[in-house]
Design a protein around this ligand. Structure first.
Ligand code: TYM
Length: 336
């Protein structure tokens, strides 16, 4: 595939660190597909980010390939987009080191994800967890990315990537494109079904708090039935009704209906009926993805073939940017 100079560039990624959830799907992956018609798209499985928290090695390998299968099953076309694994392109780690030297300790200390994750992993607050946002900035800046389609929880990291790019450009002249976050209106933050004040997360210990993309129909319906709501009985989008607001958002994402339409549809009906409808809409919405996933994941050589071709393509693009950066900061070029 040829990247066109006239099109804007998109970069995004998901960590293969757990079972991907409908949060990952509605906040990010679902929106990637449309962009590939009009943009140059790179979609990465960011395995190097995943090891900031301990991973089982065999499981990480399995999930890395599984995440690629989810991308393709969600409609990302290997003929149109570059899908690759982060650790296959060494320039990500190389640029991250340089960017670490242009990122302030204070900036990294303010990252809310770092604060949350270090609270959760108090015995393993490693340097990688702290400098993770500079690796993410490297991912984005390596490809001259214009837009980064993510959920709202990643906005702060994309803003840091902007600040780093601007700082570098100010010192060395125009080098990086300054990227913008691209966040959906509906689905920007899907909340936990067990605690609707918290983000739905693939690493949550309570499996009833999230819907995994590969959950069976029965499991999906059962989890929605148990979803925490409130003591009111009326399906309406309002302040203080976090659980219902979240279910309405999910229903809206899968059916395309507005909040007003949903309120009218469930006027005079109870929460039980509404929860069942949300479960069914979600299961119906995920069914085609699950079918495609099941076919793809059994074809390991097909998936590995995509990764190997695409890593070369991504590495070629990344190397050009890295050489430019090395020249600007004053690294001596090696004689050919
Ligand atoms: P990760 O793996 O936590 O999540 C992947 C994507 O899913 C979105 N997301 C959500 N959206 C809505 N509601 C939720 N509950 C929810 N949970 C997750 C995230 O916003 C994200 O878009 N640091 C990133 C991965 C990354 C990256 C990048 C992304 C590394 N390098 C470069 C973009 C560009 C992360 O941990 O995402």
């Amino acid at each position: 595939m040829e990247f066109s100079k006239d099109k804007k560039t998109i970069f995004s990624g998901v960590q293969p660190s757990g079972n991907l959830t409908i949060g990952n799907y509605l906040g990010a992956i679902k929106n990637w597909q449309d962009l590939q018609e009009t943009h140059n798209c790179l979609y990465c499985v960011v395995d190097m980010h995943a090891i900031t928290v301990r991973q089982d090695p065999a499981e990480l390998r399995r999930r890395t390939l599984g995440t690629l299968a989810i991308y393709i099953a969600s409609g990302i076309d290997p003929e149109k987009s570059i899908m690759f694994v982060q650790s296959h392109v060494p320039a990500h780690a190389e640029l991250a080191w340089v960017l670490n030297c242009y990122t302030m300790f204070g900036e990294l200390s303010r990252m809310t994800q770092f604060k949350d994750k270090s609270a959760k992993n108090a015995q393993n607050i490693n340097a990688g967890l702290f400098t993770y946002p500079t690796l993410m900035a490297a991912d984005i800046l390596l490809y001259g990315t214009d837009l980064v389609p993510v959920g709202v929880d990643q906005k702060q990291h994309v803003e840091l990537a902007r600040d780093i790019a601007e700082r570098f450009n100010q010192i060395y002249g125009d080098t990086f494109v300054v990227p913008e976050p691209y966040i959906p209106q509906t689905g920007r933050k899907i909340f936990s079904l067990a605690d609707p004040g918290k983000k739905m997360s693939k690493s949550d210990e309570n499996i009833n708090s999230f819907i995994a993309l590969l959950d069976s129909r029965d499991t999906i319906i059962r989890k929605f039935k148990r979803a925490v709501t409130d003591s009111d009985t009326c399906v309406r989008y309002a302040e203080g009704k976090d659980g219902i607001n979240n279910l309405m958002t999910i229903y809206s994402c899968f059916t395309g209906k507005t909040m007003d339409e949903i309120e009218r549809e469930f006027d005079g009906k109870g929460y039980a009926e509404f929860k069942l409808a949300v479960g069914e809409a979600c299961a119906d919405g995920l069914e085609p993805l699950q079918k495609r996933y099941n076919c793809l994941v059994s074809d390991r050589s097909y998936l590995e073939g995509i990764l190997s071709n695409n890593a070369d393509h991504a590495a070629y693009l990344a190397r050009k940017m890295l050489s430019k950066v090395y020249r600007k900061v004053g690294f001596l070029a090696k004689n050919k």
